[in-house]
Write a protein that binds this ligand. Sequence first.
Ligand SMILES: Nc1nc2c(ncn2[C@@H]2O[C@H](COP(=O)(O)OP(=O)(O)OP(=O)(O)O)[C@@H](O)[C@H]2O)c(=O)[nH]1
Ligand SMILES: [Mg+2]
Length: 467
Amino acid sequence: MKPLIEDTIAAVSTPPGRGGIGILRLSGRESLPVARRMFRPNTPPPSPDSPWIPVPRRVCLGTIHSLRDGRTLDQACLTYFPAPNSYTREDVVELSCHGGQRLMDLVLDQALAGGARLAEPGEFTLRAYLGGRIDITQAEAVQDLIEAESEKEVEIASAQLQGSLLKMVNSLRDGLLDLVAEAEARVEFVEEQEHFPSRRDLIDSFSRLEGRVREAASTYRMGRRIREGFSVAILGLPNVGKSTIFNSLVGSSRAIVTADPGTTRDVISEMLEMEGARIRLHDTAGLRQAENDAEAEGIQRARQVATDADLILFVFDLNRPVSAEEFRTVESIGPERVIPVWNKSDLEPDRAIPAGEIPGGTGPSFRLSALKGEGIEQLRKEIVKRTGTGPGTGNGKVVISRLRHQRLLEEAAGNLSRCAESARKGATEEYLLVDLHGALRCLGAIIGGVEMDDVYESIFSRFCIGK
Ligand SMILES: Nc1nc2c(ncn2[C@@H]2O[C@H](COP(=O)(O)OP(=O)(O)OP(=O)(O)O)[C@@H](O)[C@H]2O)c(=O)[nH]1
Ligand SMILES: [Mg+2]
């Protein structure tokens, strides 16, 4: 449904439930008149005959009362943001009340009785977009910020709200516009072809720009993992201390630990935040010849989790020689996804990590005593490092976090690739311009220029009410 933007809208912008403060927000031409009907300032206006106009952006204390019987409902603070210096670029009034659920319902009822309409989900941000205060990527960033569950997600969404994605797309668009201008000039000035760079150069320019667009699109993999969490599985033979390591990393006795091999059966998963990144950690059943059906199913599940995981902590008992089964398993997983962990170092403190007994990985091995908690911090740091999300990684680099952006970038890259191919085959500039304009449209759609109905359906309707 497309909301009407002429109306004045109202919504409780704070989450439902009880809170110290609850905020009612109004936006639209009638915001102030609606607020006046339900709010009385403590300091009366100088002239009772002329309508009261609060000092813009200055908090004003007063009371909210019922439109039905004049009863006082709450003491509240009103802030008036006259257009265009507001979130929506319209007149906005915010009423900070005491955040009781029933009270906020009543306050909202007064605003509706006073002439406002209940806002649709995301309608305040939709108005900010329609008012030209933000572009679509920034509107999406607002939603991402609200939904962010890890520090890393906050970091990406906040950069996007500051315009990082907009800047990157604009820079790609500038490059594309140069190419469009050049192709158009060639069409226009057919006689003066000798003044233009060679066709070879033109093809190179298409390919270079395609590379930049594809590189931007490829950051989506990282963006998705940051949002959904990196999957890290703990794997190894029975009794090597997997569950003890799991509990250490989780910080609680989540998994059962006993001295009997074959204790863990099911996959046990926990979502953690490590240095700002979301990690989904899985403890699994020890790998061996199963003794019964339940254990066989557990081992099957362990192998499945290992197949899907981004990273595997493969745990060895430092005091036992590496078995052929362990060697084969690490080899089949692919050593590049494996962090070898040598546990129970407390039993023989002088024993060194056996060199060359497992297929070579890309990173260091870890020696630890999960029982004593030794080496766990270093392991935690290595996990963060291997997920590529540690502090400082990717600084200044834009990470795409939405499928919509990735698809449009891939489509633009496809257009550019077709362009280079056609140019190689000797196509005319007019022909190339079709694909160049196609690419331009894709980049444009990332930041705006899409039909209002589509935008509303695909982006704003997923917001919460009041934002
Ligand atoms: N000495 C010593 N014992 C440990 C260490 N880590 C774990 N253990 C002990 O090893 C035994 C097995 O530990 P678990 O964590 O249950 O091992 P697991 O790999 O999960 O075993 P399964 O679930 O059976 O596959 C328990 O008695 C632990 O206390 C360690 O670092 N040092
Ligand atoms: Mg276990």
